[in-house]
Design a protein. Sequence first.
Length: 214
Amino acid sequence: MDVLTENFSLYGEGFIGTVELTFYASILALALGFLMASFRVAPVGSFRVFGTVWVTVLRNTPLTLLFFAVMLGLPRFGIVLPFKLFAILALGCYTSAFVCEALRSGINTVPLGQGEAARSLGMTFGQTLGNVVLPQAFRSVIPPIGSTLIALAKNSAIAGAFSVTELLGTYKTLSELGYDIVWTFVWIAVGYLIITLAISALFHYLEKRWGVAR
């Protein structure tokens, strides 16, 4: 217990850093995931190709490698940002591929007749997707998207290796101060457990409120 009480501010700083990474990367992942899912079912061939390439590349690239590509590659093109923003960009883009596939599976559960009925009423593809298809698709994929964002929260630990303040990175300082490494990691695990349980509770609420009854 002394590890926590004597270093509460350090743990708190790491905990807040992980929460911020998770929150902002989740927003980016959801936005890009919805966009890529729209591309993958779009009637325009170039959009479908772009969405397919995006998902295929990111789903099959190790996240650590993506971090290196973003942290070291983008500055070579004159894009210089704080490391935290680079980490959010890497986490958000990586997770967006999984959000896209979860959402696309939900789109496939919506009967084709619904889209055809919307088009017969004069709706454009964007209106049909945004007003008819995506709302129904999201209801059916709330649990898998929640699981994807929980994975994002745990994946944020990689950011600590790139000088970003987050929860797992606190073990380096505590180890140098001579604290028991076992209890150091116990309290780190408790912090991640709090974050993941909060995300789980949020999506459980969303599922009860909007989810499809099975």
